[in-house]
Structures are given as structure tokens and as C-alpha cells.
Design a protein around this ligand. Structure first.
Ligand SMILES: Nc1ncnc2c1ncn2[C@@H]1O[C@H](COP(=O)(O)OP(=O)(O)OP(=O)(O)O)[C@@H](O)[C@H]1O
Ligand code: NI
Length: 403
């Protein structure tokens, strides 16, 4: 993005990026989210698989319209008007698809929190920020204060939360944790009294109040200038280091990914293009789409226009080319690209590329096809599809029944 301060580069993934003994915190296998609209079905997420480990910062990156937000919303039952299916959608060993709305609400309050780009979508403009956080703290239930409806309404409309109460003090502590100066005073302010960066911090504090294991942050810094962005991202990384919370970071900015994420999934048109640990993705990008995204990261301050940006746009989900959805914009497209996509594993564990250039019957120099045996390649694709192992090499043994 620019040479302005960025979060410092962490020394590589802090968590094993490969096969873990423990089941992942979140396991998503073959997720499909289809909206039913007047103009027909919109397959916004079309067969996405990934896993997030404990304490990991996992990035999802892709251009606008690639299905990042819908993926996140689908995990928590928030994709209104959509049908969500998956071979597996598990938080720890719990099947999220089997949960009803009340159970999902509990999970959203206590296990998985979401932070959005626009803080005002989650902050209440007529409540002080301390009040809003204290409410979440009480709901989480570890301060022993009454959370009866009457008590909450009385606090909300009459007394306010007492500043000597444990929930208020916890709220102030959380505001301090996320780097808000003078937190005791700030707690008494309303959202509109705070700058964009401070509002975003309040949202993070609110997300933390339920003591979650996973924070899903959807473009949390996109609306902020780069300096504030760097601070907020650092704040998020500190939370991971301090509390071991896992973070799913959604962004269209690969520069942000490079400096914050342990592992990353590149999405395009509702599908996976490539997954790898972050260092591998930047050192050895395999998918032409990933290369295009990396090439379009501005290198200097003056270079803000994305000179090498990939031409064209993400196709509408209703009008995707069959086979690889990227092929119509891809310089390396060749005869096989109309065949269904499968994941090809690279040498580095967990590095997978959904691109037929990496079919064993294709000889390529990583950019261009040198030779292809079509019949053999198609055969391999079919065998590949049948072999679930290749698509999810880390598949843990849950032993449950999943839709
Ligand atoms: N409620 C909805 N009804 C119909 N289509 C939808 C709905 N929500 C999203 N979509 C479509 O799903 C696709 C993916 O959208 P999504 O918001 O997930 O993209 P994104 O990767 O988050 O993009 P951005 O970077 O702009 O936030 C888009 O084509 C979008 O138009
Ligand atoms: Ni989005």
C-alpha cells in the first residue's frame, strides 16, 4: 500500500501451518451459500474449504465480489435469504449447520465475534461505549451481576451501569486493552464523539468482551488511513499474542495479509484459488490470480494506482464461466480450464492451488503451458475429485455425521 508505518512483520507463523494433532478451531469443507432472489439463484459461495487453527491469524483475500463477506456470514447463520450447505462446518467439534438460531446467537456472543468495516453497524449511537461493552460483559456472565431483563432495562433507561460495578470496570479495562487513551473517561462517551479509529477499537473491545476464541474481522481497517490501520492491525495481533484468540481477517489488500496473517486463502468468484502459509504464498505464488494480486500491490507511495492491476472484474455469481471462473481474465488459460476445478497440492504442506496448470499431465513453467496430454489430464481431474484427501489433506477425524 505505501511505505507508511505498518505492523511489524511477525517472524513467520506462530502456529503449525500444517498437519495438527488437534482438530482445527474452525473447519469448513465445501461450503455453498446460495441466495434466492427475484433474478434467480445467486451462488455467492461455491465450494469453499479451509480450516483455522487455534491462535492463528487466517487471511481471506480477494477482489470485491469474490465472496469473502458471504463466507464469513455463512459461518454464523447470518447470510439472510441464503441456503447454506457444507460437507462440514464445525467450530471445535460442534456442527454449526445443526444449530438453531438461539444456539447460534449464543455462539456469536461467547465463542465467535465479528468486527465489521463500519463500526456504526454494530455500535448503538444512543448508548455510551462503556455501557455497550458492560452489557456484553454481563451477558457473558462472569461478573455475577443481574442480567435479568428488568435489571438491563433499568440500567439502560434509568441508572446506567454503575461505574463501581465489575462490568463497567471490565469495560474500561477492555478499552485500555485495545489502546484507547483515558479509557475511564472515554467509556462515558457516545460513539459519535470518537474518531473512526477509536470507534473501530471500541468494536474490538466489544468483540473481546464475550471472551471469544475466534474473531472474524471483515475489512476492519479499510475505511481508515494507513497509520491508524497499522495501529489497529497491531492491536489485533497483540490480542492474538496475549489471549491466544484466533483471527479470521478478511481483506482485499494483500499487503495487509503479508504483514498480519499466518496463513491465507485467496478467493475468487466464490471459489478458492490458492491456500498457503503467508510466506510461501508470497515467495512461491502458483495461481495466476494470486500472482496478479501480488503484482498489483503498490510498491511505493507514488505508486498508488494499481498499475499492474488485473484487467476486468470478478464475474457475477450468476454468470460465471464454467470450470475455472478466472479463466476469462487469465493470461495462462489453456484447454483444460473449462474442466471443473480441483485442488493441486504443492510441496509445502498446506499449499494448494486450484489451477489446472498444476495437473501432472501438464508441463508448464509456472506461467505458460509447454505441453498437455488432455486425455490423461482429464482422467487425473476425475480421480482427483474422487479423492477427498487431496482437497482436505488436514481433515481431522470428527467421526460425526455432516450434511
Ligand atoms: N443478500 C444477497 N443477495 C444476493 N446476492 C448477494 C447478497 N449478498 C452478497 N451477494 C453477492 O455475493 C457475491 C459475493 O459478495 P461478498 O459481499 O461476499 O463479496 P466480498 O468478497 O466480501 O466483496 P467486498 O470486498 O466488496 O466486500 C457478490 O456477487 C454479491 O453481489
Ligand atoms: Ni466484503
Amino acid at each position: 500500500m505505501s511505505s507508511q508505518p505498518r505492523p511489524t512483520q511477525r517472524a513467520g507463523p506462530s502456529v503449525s501451518t500444517t498437519v495438527t494433532e488437534e482438530p482445527p478451531l474452525l473447519a469448513v469443507d465445501n461450503l455453498h451459500t446460495t441466495f434466492t432472489t427475484e433474478r434467480g439463484d445467486v451462488p455467492a459461495v461455491d465450494g469453499v474449504s479451509f480450516a483455522i487453527n487455534e491462535g492463528e491469524v487466517f487471511g481471506i483475500v480477494g477482489e470485491s465480489g469474490s465472496g469473502k463477506s458471504v463466507t464469513a456470514l455463512s459461518l454464523l447463520g447470518l447470510a439472510d435469504g441464503a441456503t447454506v450447505t457444507a460437507d462440514r462446518l464445525c467450530f471445535r467439534d460442534e456442527d454449526l449447520l445443526a444449530k438453531d438460531e438461539a444456539a447460534l446467537r449464543e455462539i456469536r456472543g461467547n465463542d465467535i465475534s465479528m468486527i465489521f468495516q463500519d463500526p456504526m453497524s454494530s455500535l448503538n449511537p444512543v448508548m455510551t461505549v462503556g455501557e455497550q461493552i458492560a452489557e456484553v460483559v454481563r451477558h457473558h456472565g462472569d461478573v455475577g451481576e443481574s442480567q435479568s431483563l428488568f435489571a438491563e432495562l433499568r440500567r439502560k433507561y434509568v441508572t446506567g451501569t454503575s461505574e463501581s460495578s465489575a462490568s463497567w470496570q471490565r469495560a474500561v479495562e477492555l478499552l485500555d486493552t485495545v489502546g484507547i487513551p483515558d479509557p475511564a473517561d472515554r467509556a462515558n462517551e457516545y460513539p459519535h464523539q470518537l474518531s473512526g479509529g477509536m470507534k473501530q477499537r471500541v468494536m474490538i473491545a466489544q468483540a473481546l468482551a464475550g471472551d471469544p476464541d475466534l474473531i472474524i474481522a471483515d475489512e476492519p481497517t479499510t475505511a481508515l488511513d494507513v497509520t491508524i490501520e497499522a495501529q489497529i492491525l497491531n492491536e489485533l495481533l497483540d490480542l492474538r499474542d496475549e489471549f491466544g484468540v484466533s483471527i479470521m481477517l478478511i481483506t482485499h489488500d494483500l499487503a495487509v495479509v503479508r504483514e498480519t496473517c499466518d496463513r491465507v486463502a485467496v478467493m475468487y468468484a466464490g471459489e478458492m484459488m490458492e491456500t498457503a502459509d503467508t510466506r510461501t504464498l508470497f515467495e512461491d505464488p502458483r495461481h495466476p490470480y494470486t500472482r496478479g494480486l501480488i503484482d498489483s500491490i503498490p510498491r511505493t507511495d507514488d505508486d498508488r494506482e494499481w498499475l499492474d492491476a488485473i484487467e476486468g472484474n470478478v464475474p457475477d455469481p450468476t454468470a460465471k464461466p464454467q470450470g475455472c471462473p478466472f479463466r476469462t481474465r487469465c493470461d495462462a488459460a489453456f484447454s483444460l480450464c473449462e474442466e471443473p476445478l480441483v485442488a493441486y497440492s504443492a510441496e509445502e504442506p498446506g499449499h494448494r492451488t486450484w489451477c489446472h496448470l498444476y495437473n501432472d499431465a501438464v508441463a508448464n513453467d509456472g506461467d505458460e503451458v509447454q505441453r498437455v496430454d488432455d486425455a490423461e489430464a482429464k482422467q487425473l481431474i476425475q480421480e482427483h475429485e474422487a479423492s477427498d484427501d487431496l482437497v482436505t489433506p488436514q481433515r481431522p477425524n470428527f467421526g460425526g455425521e455432516y450434511r
